[in-house]
Design a protein around this ligand. Structure first.
Ligand code: PLP
Length: 390
């Protein structure tokens, strides 16, 4: 089976800050002009319409026209995307809100939504003829990269905090990656990656420091639109670490509006962080002027333990443009919510996803979200990988 019949229409990569273009035909990291993330732009073809999607494969590669892999033979896919949107009936009764939904990303390859971004980034590394990929990770990105590199026949180096639960390490080893452990958080792993890059000619796929993982994660935005029949929710809660999913969904909404698939209405985007590591909350509240000043601690939700998100400016922009805001949730409350959701709804979700439920409860009580709004929670990963910590 061909992974995608349609041709990518990638036209440009530009600096997200000043708009200066860089070549799409060689590996790129961040913009040389402003040291900011690069963003991909497409020449939307007229044939790319909601109706055209109907008979396409049930993976995120159904949106191939707006994904950056130029030659479909380079696509490295394990069946990521087109995850279900679930109506958690018993939770809605508990909350007294009729219109809450969970997009459940736990069924993705390697058990998290990281598969989306990594599938695209590894495909691009293959397209550029690179022999391997390297990444600093809090856990899930490393496992996903190891798996996709195995599928691509490429080398993988994963750098992870020593305190990460064993399962995240073991999956990297099983997928044949070289695993390095560093005392500290993902920001300390990033320093190690910067050193190692000098020795290995590998593609550095650090979060938002290359433009392709964002493209993979934006497919969540396309799916949300398609699955809700192009009527977006009023509010989306998203567990924000590096912010790729938040920025990605926002980009997808803009692309779909440009193609006439949706109107100008947008959800309020709410970034949920861990109380232990909440740089965006602190930045939003004006307590720091840049996340670089922030010192974070580990969290049970290791995907949220990102003290210095590189795409800080883009995250802030999405919150402002959407009328949303960030909130922080305690580890203990996440843990309680994981258990409650498991025995109420039969879903064993990641603590990152459970954090959204805690935030939703608080925001409903505070009147910041109305009980009649259409609310979507993004459960980004599987709780099964966290059993050791639960
Ligand atoms: C990485 C991760 C996050 C955070 O995603 P970003 O795109 O970096 O904001 C949230 N949840 C889980 C389970 C993750 O693995």
């Amino acid at each position: 089976m061909k992974l995608a019949q349609q041709q990518s229409t990638l036209a440009r990569l530009i600096c997200s800050s000043c708009g200066q273009p860089v070549s799409i035909f060689e590996p790129q990291t961040f913009s040389p002009c402003c040291q900011q993330p690069l963003t991909a732009e497409y020449e939307y073809p007229e044939s790319f319409t909601p109706a055209a999607l109907q008979h396409r494969p049930s993976t995120m590669w159904r949106y191939a026209e707006v994904l950056p892999v130029l030659d479909a033979s380079n696509i490295v896919s394990l069946g990521e995307g087109m995850t279900p949107i679930i109506y958690p009936k018993r939770l809605t009764e508990k909350l007294g809100t009729p219109d809450v939904y969970i997009k459940d990303e736990s069924g993705n390859p390697t058990g998290s939504f990281k598969a989306r971004g990594i599938s695209v980034a590894v495909s691009k590394a293959k397209e550029f003829g690179l022999s391997g990929c390297i990444v600093p990770t809090a856990g899930n990105a490393g496992g996903a990269m190891a798996a996709y590199c195995a599928a691509a026949g490429m080398q993988a180096i994963v750098v992870m905090p020593t305190h990460t639960p064993e399962v995240f390490k073991e999956e990297c080893r099983l997928y044949g990656a070289k695993l390095l452990l560093v005392n500290g958080l993902i920001s300390d792993c990033a320093k190690k990656v910067a050193e190692l890059k000098q020795q290995y000619p590998y593609f550095d796929i650090s979060t938002m420091k290359e433009p392709y993982r964002l493209e993979g994660k934006k497919t969540m935005g396309y799916e949300i639109a398609e699955q809700f029949n192009f009527e977006l929710p009023d509010v989306i809660l998203y567990p924000t670490g590096g912010g790729t999913g938040l920025i990605g969904m926002w980009k997808a909404f803009a692309e779909m509006e440009a193609m006439g698939w949706i109107g100008p209405d947008r959800p309020r985007m709410i970034a949920v962080q861990a109380a232990n590591c909440q740089p965006i909350v602190q930045r939003y509240e004006g307590r720091i002027s840049s996340v670089k000043e922030y010192t974070g601690a580990p969290s049970l939700a290791n995907g949220l333990a990102v003290p210095h998100p590189f795409a800080e400016k883009m995250i802030m922009r999405v919150l402002q443009e959407s009328g949303g805001f960030p909130v922080a949730v305690e580890d203990q409350a996440m843990l309680d919510a994981v258990r409650m959701i498991a025995n109420t709804e039969g879903m064993l979700i990641a603590p990152e996803g459970a954090a959204l439920y805690v935030a939703l409860e608080q925001l409903l009580d505070a009147g910041k979200i109305d009980r009649n709004e259409k609310i979507l929670l993004l459960n980004t990963g599987s709780g099964y990988k966290y059993l050791q910590n639960l």
